[in-house]
Design a protein around this ligand. Structure first.
Ligand SMILES: *[C@@H]1O[C@H](CO)[C@@H](O)[C@H](O)[C@H]1NC(C)=O
Ligand SMILES: *[C@@H]1O[C@H](CO)[C@@H](O)[C@H](O)[C@H]1NC(C)=O
Ligand SMILES: *[C@@H]1O[C@H](CO)[C@@H](O)[C@H](O)[C@H]1NC(C)=O
Ligand SMILES: *[C@@H]1O[C@H](CO)[C@@H](O)[C@H](O)[C@H]1NC(C)=O
Ligand SMILES: *[C@@H]1O[C@H](CO)[C@@H](O)[C@H](O)[C@H]1NC(C)=O
Ligand SMILES: *[C@@H]1O[C@H](CO)[C@@H](O)[C@H](O)[C@H]1NC(C)=O
Ligand SMILES: *[C@@H]1O[C@H](CO)[C@@H](O)[C@H](O)[C@H]1NC(C)=O
Ligand SMILES: *[C@@H]1O[C@H](CO)[C@@H](O)[C@H](O)[C@H]1NC(C)=O
Ligand SMILES: *[C@@H]1O[C@H](CO)[C@@H](O)[C@H](O)[C@H]1NC(C)=O
Ligand SMILES: *[C@@H]1O[C@H](CO)[C@@H](O)[C@H](O)[C@H]1NC(C)=O
Ligand SMILES: *[C@@H]1O[C@H](CO)[C@@H](O)[C@H](O)[C@H]1NC(C)=O
Ligand SMILES: CC(=O)N[C@H]1CO[C@H](CO)[C@@H](O)[C@@H]1O
Length: 397
């Protein structure tokens, strides 16, 4: 709602990707960092539009004072795409976006792993956009020697030029703009987790859940809801609340990389324990399998699972039972798959366009440990996906 009355700002200045021959003290490749007259040439022409964007929104001074950071600087083409996307860039949005592209710590490309993702915090700490303590994160992983960075709805950008040193740390040039993770409701909907979104709505939990800070949500996909048939749709509010509450871990954001090999027991929001297992990079939550890990949202992280969890049946996946790894067992007894529509989805908004967060299949590449293994999307992020759904709202004004 906060974005409804803003006037679209023209961004003509960087539409033309003009050459910036002098300006901010951003130098690359070990070049000069300051000069006597206060201006230095931008050594990399791919940073022209980025510099212009900073200048236009009066962010050069704060940028110049950064230290020990990693900046993912969108290329000229990436910013031209943003400019022509129709998304109205307010000062607040641009500031948030630049903050989200500013990672804590100097992370050289050689520090990024090709097996385990890293989840560095960013400077996006504004509670209007993030309720993750220490700043919203990005997921970083190396695929085929290229650094990829995953953001909201698993939209990802890849580095086209890395390790450009500057006074504040290091800059990697990326081929797209990161998506600021949206709130829980919009992220569930856009990830096609509409049954869970509907169940939360039915229980009037939407605003409670959206205001949570630092949570991990194990989100059953629609097939998981369908598989328990009408059992839940007919459950009492108390029963349903207890079941849904068992899918939330409060005050702890557990990214896949934080879950060590073997068993980890975590407390559920409304009581009881949940057993999380990491078996060679495949993750299980009690007897359910994680089919799409690490979907970031404003309050933490969502892992999509293929079964509903049952607080009254906490049996964990049998780690030695490899035969059943693609069909995990049902935690609810005596249920049958519902033939008609998915429970709770009636009246729910449907996801608009495809994105990497929608990979809800119970088998396939999405089941592996890294987000990078999902249906791989090029760096170009659809304009509507920008800002985790806020973009769609803004663009329709
Ligand atoms: C930018 O500068 C390069 C040489 O430094 C030149 O070839 C190119 O035409 C310039 N582009 C614009 C848009 O002025
Ligand atoms: C560049 O550095 C000089 C000297 O440190 C400083 O006076 C000037 O304000 C800086 N310019 C920008 C745009 O940050
Ligand atoms: C950039 O900085 C890193 C340390 O952060 C250093 O190891 C590397 O040699 C520097 N690269 C250049 C080209 O100066
Ligand atoms: C700053 O110094 C450089 C080289 O020393 C020079 O080329 C440039 O014109 C100067 N800029 C200003 C604004 O004086
Ligand atoms: C740089 O930032 C990283 C990550 O926040 C931190 O671990 C490290 O200690 C910092 N290094 C310095 C020299 O401040
Ligand atoms: C990671 O990189 C190492 C060394 O380059 C290579 O041997 C290994 O196969 C790579 N693993 C993956 C999953 O790409
Ligand atoms: C963060 O939580 C506060 C309540 O503590 C809420 O008002 C705000 O909307 C939340 N931010 C996001 C992005 O969801
Ligand atoms: C990351 O940097 C921001 C801005 O400096 C800071 O507020 C935040 O606490 C840092 N996060 C961590 C985990 O150090
Ligand atoms: C990585 O390389 C393999 C083999 O060349 C290819 O099949 C795969 O699509 C590549 N992945 C990405 C993300 O480029
Ligand atoms: C959403 O899930 C339903 C199954 O519940 C499936 O039929 C539909 O194709 C999915 N939509 C997207 C966009 O993935
Ligand atoms: C969540 O985000 C969507 C899209 O940005 C917005 O329409 C909705 O009002 C937000 N919900 C809450 C509870 O803040
Ligand atoms: C402006 C400037 O000093 N540019 C130099 C940056 O570093 C490269 C390689 O070290 C030089 O070729 C540039 O002349």
């Amino acid at each position: 709602m906060r974005f409804q009355n803003i006037a679209p700002l023209a961004l003509a200045a960087f539409a033309s990707a003009q050459n910036t021959t002098e300006g901010g003290n951003i130098t690359t490749g070990g070049n000069i960092t300051t000069s006597t007259n206060g201006t230095v040439p931008l050594a990399n022409q791919q940073l022209n539009s980025f510099w212009t964007l900073l200048q236009q929104f009066n962010l050069l001074n704060s940028f110049s004072s950064l230290s020990n950071v990693t900046v993912l600087a969108p290329s000229n083409n990436a910013l031209a795409a943003l400019n022509s996307s129709g998304v109205a860039l307010t000062s607040e949005l641009v500031q948030a976006l630049i903050s989200y592209h500013t990672l804590n710590g100097t992370i050289l490309a050689s520090n990024i792993n090709n097996v385990t993702s890293a989840f560095p915090h960013t400077h996006l700490t504004n509670p209007a956009f993030s309720n993750v303590t220490g700043g919203q994160v990005v997921e970083a992983i190396l695929v085929n020697q290229t650094a990829y960075f995953f953001s909201g709805l698993k939209n990802n950008v890849s580095a086209t030029e890395v390790n450009l040193n500057f006074t504040g740390g290091v800059i990697h040039i990326v081929d797209g703009t990161l998506t600021i993770p949206g709130n829980l409701t919009s992220t569930l909907t856009n990830s096609n987790l509409t049954a869970l979104a509907g169940a939360a709505t039915a229980l009037n939990l939407t605003s409670t859940l959206s205001n949570l800070h630092d949570v991990t949500i194990f989100a059953p996909n629609n097939d998981a809801f369908q598989a328990v048939g009408d059992a839940l749709a007919n459950a009492s509010t108390t029963e349903l609340t207890s079941v849904l509450g068992y899918h939330v871990v409060n005050n702890s954001v557990l990214y896949s990389a934080d879950i060590p090999e073997g068993e980890t027991v975590v407390p559920a929001f409304l009581g009881g324990n949940i057993t999380v297992q990491n078996i060679n990079g495949s993750y299980y939550v009690n007897s359910a399998k994680v089919v799409n890990p690490d979907i970031l949202f404003s309050g933490g992280v969502i892992h999509v699972i293929d079964r509903l969890l049952n607080p009254n049946n906490t049996v964990a996946h049998n780690a030695t039972d490899t035969a059943s790894s693609s069909t995990t067992s049902q935690a609810f007894a005596g249920v049958t798959t519902r033939a008609s529509n998915v429970p709770f989805t009636s009246g729910q908004a449907t996801p608009t366009s495809g994105n990497n967060a929608q990979s809800s299949a119970t088998t396939g590449a999405a089941a592996t440990s890294t987000g990078a293994a999902n249906a791989f999307q090029s760096g170009a992020v659809g304009a509507m996906a920008l800002f985790g759904g806020i973009g769609a709202l803004v663009a329709n004004l």
